[in-house]
Write a protein that binds this ligand. Sequence first.
Ligand code: 5U1
Length: 602
Amino acid sequence: MTTIKQTGLFEQEAGATSSAQDLQSQAGPEKAPQQLQALREQILTLDYEYYVLDAPSVPDSEYDRLFRQLQQLESDHPELITPDSPTQRVGGTALKAFDSVTHRQAMLSLNNAFEDEELLAFDKRARETLGVDSIEYAVEPKFDGLAITLTYEHGILTQGATRGDGYSGENVTSNLCTIKSIRRKLPLQTPPALLEVRGEVLMLKRDFDKLNQEQEAKGEKRFVNPRNAAAGSLRQLDPNITATRPLTFFAYGLGVTEGVPAFTSHSAAMDYLDSLKLPVSRQRAVVQGLEGLRDYYVRIGNERNDLPFDIDGVVYKVNNLNQQRELGFVSRAPRWAIAHKFPAQEALTEVLAIDVQVGRTGAITPVARLKPVFVGGVTVTNATLHNQDEIDRKDVRVGDTVSVRRAGDVIPEVVGVLLERRPAETQPYQLLESIKHACPVCGSHAVRLEDEAAVRCTGGLFCSAQRKEAILHFASRRAMDVEGLGDKLVEQLVDSQLVKTLAELYSLTLEQLSGLERMAEKSAQNLLQALQASKHTTLARFIYALGIRNVGEATAKDLARYFGGLAALQAATGEELQQVPDVGPIVLIQLSPFSPRPITVR
Ligand code: 5U1
């Protein structure tokens, strides 16, 4: 739970409102400078808590109230406005182009390790060069954003620049000033003459989702991923537009400095930035040797999907700065650091076709057939497009170049289209039209009900696709748990018309089964035994196994508990059924009159 601190600047209760009138009377000309100073510091602290620590101490309404107070005071005393005031984050007008900036010290790139052998070679070379048995490493996530340098001169942010080609980048100072986690003044009495901070600008996943929702509501183009959104936002020529984009920043190193303490390690330098209230990674750590690196890689890899931002790997740096100097550089990359990459979760590929799949409940799902692409550790050739609404939202068309994402065990999905790569003469995809309003498997009418996103085949278990899925569901582990009844076998049983109803599974003979492709007599015997064994099950499992729409395991258990036996359940009236928790009118339509849906082949 967030603790809300007392914040009343003028000794008010937190949450009490103050009108502009009150403020003017409180802020006479002699008091205004101190009040402005106190108010600015308070807002900066709240920004730090919210944007850097991710731990706000007051509700948004309180922050807004303080901000309005500051605006009011400044409009009453415009001569007291200072460039570092929180109200002055967005300044200046749109540029025609960004100026070029030459970096005082080149912004290097990192060598990558994809395989364990490459990591091993990196550590071995460093140990041999240094003549040591084991190395201490500073480790942190590799943010998937845009590298920048912030320059503070005598504590004031005077310049922010993109990496560019490493030697010169673009001056994006006005845009970087709009990022709330970036301080424009260091909180030091005697700041260093020069402090260059290197790090990455990115967009948090939750901010990215929100931004895309807003883009959609405005009828504007969605961003493909947080990195593209961050890049597009940072490179806006108008800082007023950047100010509306929720960017964030993490520092990961120093450039040229003058007058900073003499650090002996990278981790000490990061602690120093932390003490200046600049955002540094909370996942950073110091580990020992190769084993420490491997453990960190596994740990961050496991946390990856739960982190609030996208990362594409982890970075290892020799922690001791003297050792770093000794190791030096090779071409444009340091010998003392390496990025250990995770398998990409997103990759670009082409939509070769859009096909459909008919599911257990008759839902006809569009599926993008893709030019094979290696993503998330496997080769992906299909990605679900979910339904017509999703296709419309993303405007996916055959021939498009798309970004495909596969995270963990999740089904690959198309995250967005690269409109700039769209070939001429593509057509918007219409699911119902493409299948001519008929199920591609059984030819039954396909419909989209008013309140549903899915197009459905109306053939029920007449449709062999639905029948196969229904049998697979019936036999699944959490349902009747029939071992040996897998995809390939079900396909043969349905295609050869041996099984037209769920009940017919129980009249299969050894002879019939042995006659099937790749079915040895022993396997056939095992399957018959498994079928017999499955009869001894619970009522809840049986109900669930029937695959009634909207009746999942929990509802099946409730029904079983309430009625106690199949006969009572079959005899139940609609009113009785609705006594069961979670059984409302929607479930009732599927249940009433309760009976396993007959599988009839027309
Ligand atoms: N986290 C992190 N990312 N990153 C990128 N650290 C880090 N360090 C870098 C780069 C290019 O370069 C220094 C090792 C020079």
